[in-house]
Design a protein around this ligand. Structure first.
Ligand SMILES: Cc1ncc(COP(=O)(O)O)c(C=O)c1O
Length: 327
């Protein structure tokens, strides 16, 4: 059963990063989930909730608006449990994720954007419209589903606490729906309110404004494209009360860090994972981490989902950049 393999992912101290930034840094390796990302946890909780409360008929269609990872997790779980799956992705979703969704048997619809339920060209609007028109369909709606935060509150947060033996001072997490940071933050703050919960988003995303209680400009519809993170609207799956600070990074810096980290570690890092590394690098002075600090950073997925976008020649990556020998 897929559920037996979801969660309990490794948490490894990264010695080189710890030396580089003069503090203890551990990586929560969420790409080790069976569907390849942290979204397995959320998909499992949303599916269980839908089945338990009869929100979907037997063999019905799970519908979701997703940058790809939630869709992949839902497709895997739906297939195992005998359901169908229809995923609305935005046109910025990577080629690898769309191909994987199709191979897992999901129907894929590509939309213009993911700007929230009020924009009729968005993944969220199209997914809701489809579910409204098809009684056999259920829109899991990760942006407003309580199971999104709950999955991380019940599983990822406790895992981090246990794996760090309660000795964690900071957590640094990319924010898309906000579910990961909200669930982990809520759990860890209950254990120790002094733990700093820090978020990462692309330049011009709105989470920083929300956390600082600042007005959100009406024309705030564009942010630097870093797949999986960033928002133009306030989702119900985000709880600003457990987030202490938000750091913004550019897509350019994130790409550079992705290449550098992959070269040094001989491992392809995911796009939003690289954004967390970029935040660490760009904002190290403000973060002011001490040698005694113990920070957990979350890697939600793996670089193999972004081969074309991040690591191919097309993405501006030169042959040999990753240190592989050409024979
Ligand atoms: C690769 C990746 N990183 C980060 C996130 C953000 O996680 P959350 O939606 O819990 O904020 C997502 C969400 O889709 C993602 O796919």
């Amino acid at each position: 059963m897929i559920k037996d393999n979801i969660g309990n992912t490794a948490l490894e101290k990264h010695e080189a990063l710890s030396r580089q930034y003069g503090t203890g840094i551990w990586i929560k390796e969420e790409y080790r989930n069976p569907g390849g990302s942290s979204k397995d946890r959320v998909a499992w909780y949303m599916v269980q909730d839908a089945i338990k409360y009869n929100k979907i008929p037997e063999g019905g269609i799970f519908v979701e608006a997703s940058s790809g990872n939630t869709g992949i997790s839902l497709a895997l779980i739906a297939r195992e449990l005998g359901y169908q799956c229809k995923i609305f992705v935005s046109k910025s979703t990577s080629f690898e994720k769309i191909l994987m969704l199709q191979r897992l048997g999901a129907q894929v619809e590509v939309c213009l954007n993911s700007n929230g339920p009020l924009d009729e060209n968005s993944t969220q609007f199209k997914a809701k419209t489809f579910a409204d028109q098809h009684p056999e369909a259920y829109f899991t709606n990760q942006y407003y589903n309580e199971a999104n935060i709950e999955a991380h509150y019940q599983t990822t947060g406790p895992e981090i606490w246990r794996q760090m033996e309660g000795q964690v001072t900071h957590v640094l997490i990319g924010m898309g729906t906000g579910g990961t940071i909200s669930g982990i933050g809520k759990y860890l703050k209950e254990k120790n309110p002094n733990i700093q919960i820090w978020g990462v988003e692309p330049i011009n995303s709105i989470y920083q404004l929300i956390v600082q209680d600042m007005p959100i400009p009406e024309d705030q519809t564009k942010f630097d494209p870093i797949e999986g993170i960033g928002r133009t609207f306030i989702p119900g799956s985000f709880d600003p009360s457990v987030v202490d600070q938000v750091f913004q990074v550019s897509a350019d810096k994130t790409k550079k860090i992705a290449h550098l980290f992959s070269h040094q570690n001989k491992q392809l890092t995911g796009y939003s994972s690289a954004a967390v590394l970029a935040a660490l690098d760009e904002h190290a002075k403000v973060m002011n981490l001490k040698s005694s600090d113990r920070m957990v950073i979350v890697f939600p997925d793996h670089g193999d989902r972004y081969l074309e976008k991040l690591y191919s020649n097309k993405a501006g990556n030169k042959n040999g950049d990753l240190g592989f020998k050409h024979v």
